[in-house]
Design a protein around this ligand. Sequence first.
Ligand SMILES: NC(=O)c1ccc[n+]([C@@H]2O[C@H](COP(=O)([O-])OP(=O)(O)OC[C@H]3O[C@@H](n4cnc5c(N)ncnc54)[C@H](O)[C@@H]3O)[C@@H](O)[C@H]2O)c1
Length: 298
Amino acid sequence: MRATAARKGRHMIIEAGQVAVVTGAAQGLGRALAAGLLDRGVSVALADIAQERLHDTAEAFAARGGQVLPVVTDVSDAAAVGALASRTLEHFGRVDVVVNNAGITAHHARPLWETDSEDWRRVLAVNLLGTVHGIQAFVPHLVMAGAGHVVNIASLAGLMAVLFGSAYCASKHAVVAVSETLRAELNILGLPIGVTVVCPGYVRTPMTEDMLTLLQAGDNAQLAERLPAGLPVEQVRASLEHGVLTMMEPEVAAERILAAVKADQLYALTHGDFEDSARRRAEGILAALGADQNSPAG
Ligand SMILES: NC(=O)c1ccc[n+]([C@@H]2O[C@H](COP(=O)([O-])OP(=O)(O)OC[C@H]3O[C@@H](n4cnc5c(N)ncnc54)[C@H](O)[C@@H]3O)[C@@H](O)[C@H]2O)c1
């Protein structure tokens, strides 16, 4: 077993010679995470559904000397993720770090009751089941090797409510729950595999481009035309502006995530700006627990 080479205690030491898998690696945060791993001498299997972009990204990394394997993969398809695991092991002979990063948002910002079920299915299939498929395909190999680390990219939307983004928000809460459960199961079984769930705020990627475009839409009347009827435009603008102000470059987020993996943190919160919202939610739950202390368990 190579457990002791890769780990000191429970801490993952990311080092040259290891192999990582990153889903959604063709652009954005996934690409930045792959770049950070390649910079450390790790070989990376790059998985993405966007074939052309994936190959361009792989070529750019290879031109800089990175050891990469592009594998076109739809993470919502369990068999495709299983094939990704087989290809990775055939090609590199090992796997050490699994980054379940691929994610999507719903097509439209809508109140929950107007979000159509097709959007719910699509978002849950990629964000939640995509993560589950990554875990199911790769964790058995990490367990066999006796070492490794799973990194699941959730979002701050996994820790708090996001108005007009219910499907995304629910999918990311589920990614947090899956990660907490996985870590607890591995711990109780004494398996030295680390789990980190990442809850970033806004990161400057193609996913958040729309937000910038919306803000550049001009005055409130023009902004209102691009939003579902009845949304409070002033509040939407304020929240978009806050988002833009706190937006982080993907390379910075990636470095913070890799530092959290090294420290074997369960939660990686790349942005500090949302502390108040997280505290308000936790305090609400604690207050309810206190209030219910004497009521019958239910
Ligand atoms: N950008 C942000 O502000 C932000 C904030 C919090 C969390 N996140 C999360 O970070 C992750 C990466 O987001 P990003 O901003 O880089 O997004 P992005 O849209 O820029 O990139 C996502 C990548 O995932 C790929 N992808 C989409 N569906 C896929 C599928 N079914 N199978 C495989 N690949 C698929 C896309 O082709 C794309 O290359 C996502 O899980 C997202 O929810 C992003």
